[in-house]
Design a protein around this ligand. Structure first.
Ligand code: FES
Length: 106
């Protein structure tokens, strides 16, 4: 069973503005975009760069350093230089709480 942990309040998320949180020691970028909320590991798979500092567009988050974009649904990079996906995590909304399970990658 995946353990869902409160990441933040839904009302504090602005569209297309990633919010970095730590859940059980895991850095996670929580993103509200296109009417949904996604949770993706905050560290780029190419180098140790915080994805939450990048731009969100078309359901992807872009690494500001070298420009790879990662699909918020799958974590897959859309182009070089990153070749490996970034883990994405299940999200549940309960009232104003955004819950994320980092114990289970989806
Ligand atoms: S550090 Fe993210 S693409 Fe290079």
């Amino acid at each position: 069973m995946a353990a869902f942990v409160r990441a933040c309040a839904l009302s504090e998320l602005e569209d297309d503005t990633p919010k970095r949180v730590e859940i059980d020691g895991t850095p996670v970028s929580v993103v509200r975009t296109e009417g949904e909320v996604f949770a993706i590991n905050d560290i780029c798979s190419h180098a140790n760069v915080s994805l939450s500092e990048g731009e969100v567009e078309n359901c992807t988050i872009e690494c500001w350093l070298h420009g790879s974009s990662f699909d918020l649904r799958t974590g897959k990079p859309s182009g070089l230089p990153a070749t490996r996906p970034v883990p994405v995590y299940p999200v549940k909304i309960e009232g104003d709480d955004v819950l994320v399970s980092v114990s289970q990658e989806s």
